[in-house]
Design a protein around this ligand. Structure first.
Ligand code: ASP
Length: 439
């Protein structure tokens, strides 16, 4: 049995946090493969080391002096080393980094040093082997992650060691140049390592006790989610839930490895399990509520539209020709409505209107802006009657006018369109009815 444990930046921001991580790892002997992020924020307006590295390298690239900035980064690591009382010096590493910065080794190389150095410290602290991710995680010539080459080389490499630290966030291009994933990419590394070692669990340690049913900026101290499926998470992530890097799901999903989101500051909490499928019912019929503001609806009316074959295609073509993707398309007998992102649509609106006239010849077009979409997601809705009814009576009681309803055919989600200004009230009403009063 193996667990891959990934720790985020806030879990490794200081020596004190490192000690908590050390205790977590030592408490379970199956936690043999560790993926660290770079040190994150120690307090509210602190700067993440990754951002310090980007800033420092920007100076180097402009040929400006970057000594003070690099020294500040070195001090972040030295503070951790001293706090942990380790016999470790990063002097040589920093000499190499300075040289590489002067030689303009690139933004990706610069950012990757955050995880690289933290990995060296972590390996020293735990007495685990250090594996430079540039030797085991690969991208192809186009810069895309090369999953098969990586899986083959990484699994062979990991089979040779009992325990190892593999820094998150980066790998190498075929010519050996360091390349990073997009921001937050250590989540992906953790997932890749879990796949390679065929781990039983991928534990992702962060600073919250799992995924919450709703955004805590809207509802004060909402309840947490115990178990969520990959599909539910995808629906919620699309609507704004930011828990894991989106690309972190695929490597573990293909091996059927569950992800457990845990809190470094409260290791006794069970956190959230993200699984392929489960017979465990979620406590509240719904699993989560998410939403976003800033949508527009374009209502298109045409008499006898329902008998005109190809009308829908022509309407959507007007959006496609302008490079605008659509979110939802509810329709009536003589009407069809297209929901789009307002910022994508705004500066192209008249082109789209002209396109609609040219392609579909409608009688009337009406555009409404400042709309919000809310997704109510839950695998439990399929087997429960009256979910939609409860949502709409709760919204009516809160004086929220519903502009659009769309239930996905998988019965996994119900999407509701409301005015931007009703967004928070609508989410509160839905949370109340399902979680607080459980009516
Ligand atoms: N350190 C990188 C970032 O700040 C990657 C990560 O933490 O996952 O985005």
């Amino acid at each position: 049995m193996y667990k891959v444990v990934k720790f985020g930046g806030s879990s490794l921001a200081s020596a004190e946090q490192f000690q908590k991580v050390g205790n977590i790892i030592r408490a379970d002997e199956t936690r043999k493969f560790v993926v660290p992020s770079a040190p994150g924020k120690r307090f509210g307006n602190d700067t993440k080391v990754t951002d310090m590295l980007y800033g420092c390298y920007a100076l180097a690239e402009q040929g400006k002096d970057f000594k003070a900035e690099l020294k500040a980064i070195k001090e972040r690591y030295e503070e951790i080393i001293a706090g942990l009382k380790l016999e470790l010096s990063l002097d040589d590493e920093f000499k190499t980094i300075e040289k590489q910065f002067k030689a303009k080794a690139g933004n990706n190389y610069a950012a990757s040093r955050g995880e690289y150095l933290n990995g060296i410290i972590m390996a020293n602290y735990l007495g685990y082997e250090f594996i430079d991710s540039a030797t085991v995680i690969f991208f192809n010539e186009n810069g895309d992650f090369d999953s098969e080459k990586t899986n083959q080389i990484l699994s062979e490499r990991l089979a040779q060691c009992k325990s190892a630290v593999i820094p998150g966030f980066y790998g190498a291009l075929p010519d050996g140049t360091v390349k990073t994933f997009s921001r937050g990419g250590s989540d992906i590394t953790g997932s890749i390592v879990a796949r390679a070692i065929k781990a039983d669990v991928y534990e992702n340690w962060t600073d919250v006790s799992g995924i919450l049913v709703v955004d805590p900026r809207i509802i004060d101290k909402p309840v947490g989610i115990e178990v969520i499926t990959y599909r539910e998470l995808r629906e919620l992530a699309y609507m704004g839930f930011s828990v894991l890097h989106e690309d972190a799901i695929f490597p573990v999903r293909r091996e059927g490895i569950p992800i457990n989101i845990r809190n470094t500051n409260a290791p006794e909490d069970n956190g959230t399990w993200i699984v392929e499928s489960t017979c465990q019912k979620s406590k509240y019929v719904i699993t989560g509520i998410a939403g976003k503001k800033g949508f527009c609806s374009i209502n298109i009316e045409k008499a006898m539209m329902n008998s005109e074959i190809g009308f829908g295609r022509k309407v959507l073509q007007a959006f496609e020709e302008n490079g605008i993707s659509f979110e939802h398309v509810p329709s009536g007998i003589d009407t069809m409505t297209v929901f789009v992102h307002q910022d994508e649509f705004m500066h192209k609106e008249q082109k789209v209107v002209a396109g609609l006239h040219r392609l579909a010849d409608p009688d009337y077009i009406d555009i409404e802006s400042d709309l919000a979409l809310i997704a109510v997601v839950g695998r439990g809705m399929k087997s429960t009657r009256g979910t939609a009814g409860r949502i709409f009576s709760a919204l009516a009681h809160s004086n929220v006018n519903v502009k659009m309803i769309d239930q996905g055919s998988s019965e996994l989600n119900i999407i509701i369109g409301v005015a931007n200004e009703d967004f928070e009230a609508a989410i509160k009403a839905i949370y109340d009815i399902f979680v607080i009063t459980k009516l």
